[in-house]
Design a binder for this molecule. Sequence first.
Ligand code: GAL
Length: 671
Amino acid sequence: MAWRHHLLGLTTVGLLASALWAQRDPPADEVLIRSADLPPDAVWLESLDLRLMSCDWQTPQAGKSVEGNPLKLHGVTYPHGVGSHARSEFNIDLKGAATRFLAMVGVDDEKQGQGSVVFRVWVDGKVVIETGTLRGGDEPKLISLDLTGAKRLGLVIDDADQSIDSDHGDWAGALIKLVAGTELRPVAIRGPVEPPVPVEPPIEMWSVTQTPPAPAIHGPRVTGATPGRPFLFRIPATGEAPLTFAAEGLPPGLRLDSATGVISGALAAEGTTDVMLTVRGPKGASSRKLTIIGGQHKLCQTPPLGWNSWNVFAGAIDEVKVRATAEAMVSSGLAAHGYVYVNIDDHWEAGRDAAGRIQTDPAKFPNMLALCDYVHSLGLKIGIYSSPGPTTCGGRTASWQHELLDAQQYAAWGFDYLKYDWCSYGDVVRDEPDGLPKLQKPYRVMREALDQVDRDIVFSFCQYGMGEVWKWGAELGGNCWRTTGDITDTWDSMSRIGFAQDGHEQYAGPGHWNDPDMLVVGKVGWGRPRANRMTPNEQVTHITLWVLQAAPLLLGCDLTQLDEFTLNLMCNDEVLDVHQDPLGKAAGRKARDGQQEIWARALSDGTLAVGLFNRGRDAADVTVKWADVGLAGEQPVRDLWARKDVGRHADGYTGRVPAHGARLIKVGAAR
Ligand code: GAL
């Protein structure tokens, strides 16, 4: 069937296709790709510039598996070909000189039965071959594709299910046959194989302009702090001004400023206290319970909400921009919906003084103490960045052998959050044996240092997921840990990262969260802010995934230039209530059907938040079956992005989801 389908697809682009799935009597093509010798008028795939082939683990290997072994599929060794790892993309300009692409594809035998991938071949912007899922140990498939007249060839190895673990995909024996006697040679080119999807209007979304004038409280319902250390909590609230605040049952040591809604002071003792918060305005009053937990290591009861400078300003960050960001966090309304952290990333550092104390770059951060005070005066919190090696990723001074001094300095300035990278640490411990102790040590050292200072500082690990950090990040006292490399504002990057998080959810919970990296919505640009490169629906997918996964929501855009779409995406209180749910259960994948996925998380009120995702390039009806998410019988359903009830449904719910889009629903009656 699949083969017939591909034939049709090819015919429509004017090519004659033949895709022969693994035949036992090796046809001429198969003999060619098993051969050590290059046939006349052909090039081996491995002779092209493989630096332009993307690969999500290690690097593509010429003539070898991704781990450097002989290329081997189902017991057959191939002298030529390329070993890569899902997800992998390779874009080739054929120069009009190609006649055929040949390869045997599958998961390399080095994985001994593990791994699952899909191979896709693109010709001139269309998928012409899709192998379906190939698992480790499956028979490989022969690709023999007529390329007469084709201009571009795109080779993709995609993750098929679960994570990309063990997805060692081979283009074994791969070669491109050329027009007889031609001098022209195909060349590898930059850029994604998959063209962007057309921009469609976003799904129906509630708009911030619909915020009711009646007062309402948002944000976390539970927060924690260490007794004796500075406490700061700005009650996020919307409603027609002026608003005034009251708090009944505050634990000893805390006081409320009734005009600003800021609770400050220092908890006098350990223990859990339920406080009744009330906000009053011209259009009424509203109350909500806030649980305050006093104790050691009680920070981040819910995942952080805030901003980080990297994705928008990178090395161009300075105090002026941080102040403007903090002001914009309040004036845009973000703070009223719960956003609180204003985090400075790399490029604030500039050497040490004679006593070893870290110095700020004086041109950029002339007075860190005053800056922290200013951010706190708005009721917000402020974060900083460092690395355990001698230098940061940006080449600035980092914390190597100065960890305690640095922690003391952060506390003295008034920082509330530390993002701690890995850069340059590998160089100083090169001679130490590899393994978990080596990966964990710098985080243990900084944890101890933070415990010695008199200030609560959220500890965020940024070591890209090495050593499966999600399994030990909490034990080491991390409040969140990056699970991936750096994100960028493309569908490929965001969706690859976001959909690869399945399985990590079991390690998240109050106080410790998976961090698939900072948000790439709004104007980002790493020093040159520009329009976002994802479609609105792709950005809905991004936020829906991060909300379901209880990942930190750290905006990475210019808050002084927020557009209405971005505000609608970030300030939907029903969506944020899922993110901030006090149960702290992160979502995992519950079902997958081709390009459609269902993710779900249980909420503290007994309902379920369910994401309906469409990774495909065309709008589609996506169905969640109650049986797949542990439900049975008729259930009420609410569309959270639209903030509308959408009826009661017996066996499941079907929603129309745009290309690369998502919907988020709440299922069941609240307790
Ligand atoms: C990277 C990190 C980025 C950013 C950058 C700063 O390693 O993943 O998020 O912090 O360093 O140089």
